[in-house]
Design a binder for this molecule. Structure first.
Ligand SMILES: Cc1cc2nc3c(=O)[nH]c(=O)nc-3n(C[C@H](O)[C@H](O)[C@H](O)COP(=O)(O)O)c2cc1C
Length: 319
């Protein structure tokens, strides 16, 4: 996740002992003038000491530039190269990259083939959405991607039109799972163990990818391996380690910059703070004060995560 799941977050996960099976970098831009290897998220690759493999994700709109950067990335310690066809940001889409590729499936097919030709077996994957405007487009999206024989397909079960809101259309994804001849990972609003199991049982992907849910509660990664549920104390420890790790990676380590960096993560964690603490955190510009406020966190966690309403919807929409 751009500006969120950076090297500080990866180090934090390592320190609290909650690591995924693999990481994916935030997208690295690949254009005529921008080489992916000059992008800030490259630190996730170059400084990855977690022992967990990491995929490098590219966002671009021209096969030539994407191929150029994919080949260069292969010289680095990566699991493989992933193409981003899911980013809904207008700025990215205006340049024909991210989810904009879902509007031009001929081009998407061409880019996928070109990247397959540049990458060895096992090192080529795609992340997509169900479509640009309507999830019924997904069948055509699959038709455009699969001829390139990707080694993995990750699907955020929303359209570009939905951005990050609305209910993921898991039913649409479920219909196509059987047609995908490579491992397929489901993604979208997985926030707790129950939701994860329902995804696996009802949508039947080979695995799941978790974004915001893991930023809010990284111990979810441990729980998915059958280990203990999160405690409020553990969440507070997570916030404090994240505070320490983000401080180490800042270029200009002013108190304000550090608070602003932390707010990128906290945006997904406020639900676990009392309202007064959230109010204060959002306005906080002093890192010592922020540290104190973080100790109030974790409070609403247990009740929030025993609420089953969100995943009931997910389960109910799968045939
Ligand atoms: C702030 C933010 C940044 C994101 N950056 C990326 C990105 O760089 N590459 C990507 O493939 N997806 C990115 N995503 C999308 C997430 O990876 C994920 O597909 C989406 O949030 C739905 O999954 P979730 O509900 O588990 O977060 C981003 C999402 C957010 C909210």
């Amino acid at each position: 996740m751009q500006d969120v799941t950076d090297i500080a977050f990866m180090r934090t996960l390592s320190r609290i002992g909650c690591l995924p099976d693999f990481f994916m970098t935030p997208y690295l831009r690949s254009t005529r003038t921008t080489c992916a290897l000059a992008e800030t998220p490259l630190r996730c690759i170059m400084e990855n000491e977690t022992g967990v493999p990491i995929w490098a994700q590219l966002a671009g709109s021209e096969a030539e530039h994407l191929q150029r950067d994919a080949r260069r990335l292969l010289c680095l310690p990566i699991a493989g190269v992933n193409l981003n066809t899911g980013c809904p940001a207008s700025l990215v889409n205006r340049h024909g990259a991210g989810a904009a590729l879902l509007r031009d499936l001929t081009k998407l097919r061409h880019i996928c083939r070109a990247l397959r030709d540049s990458l060895p077996m096992g090192k080529w994957s795609v992340k997509c959405r169900l479509g640009w405007e309507d999830s019924s487009e997904f069948s055509d999206v699959v038709d455009a991607i699969m001829p390139s024989s990707p080694d993995m397909l990750i699907v955020h079960a929303r359209t570009r039109g939905q951005r990050y809101r609305g209910v993921p259309d898991v039913q649409q994804l479920r219909r196509e799972v059987g047609r995908v001849s490579c491992p397929i990972l489901g993604n979208g609003d997985i926030k707790n163990v129950q939701q994860a199991w329902l995804w696996l049982r009802d949508v039947t992907p080979d695995g799941i990818m978790i974004g915001r849910g893991a930023v809010r509660n990284p111990y979810l990664l441990r729980q998915l391996k059958g280990e203990a549920p999160t405690t409020a104390q553990e969440l507070r420890r997570y916030y404090l380690i994240l505070l320490e790790e983000t401080g180490k990676t800042l270029k200009r380590a002013t108190s304000v910059a550090h608070c602003n960096r932390m707010k990128k993560f906290l945006a997904f964690c406020y639900a676990d703070f009392p309202p007064n603490a959230e109010y204060e955190l959002r306005r906080c510009t002093n890192i010592i004060e922020m540290e104190q406020l973080l100790l109030q966190g974790g409070t609403t966690r247990l009740s929030a995560f025993s609420d089953s309403s969100a995943f009931e919807h997910c389960s109910g929409s799968v045939s």
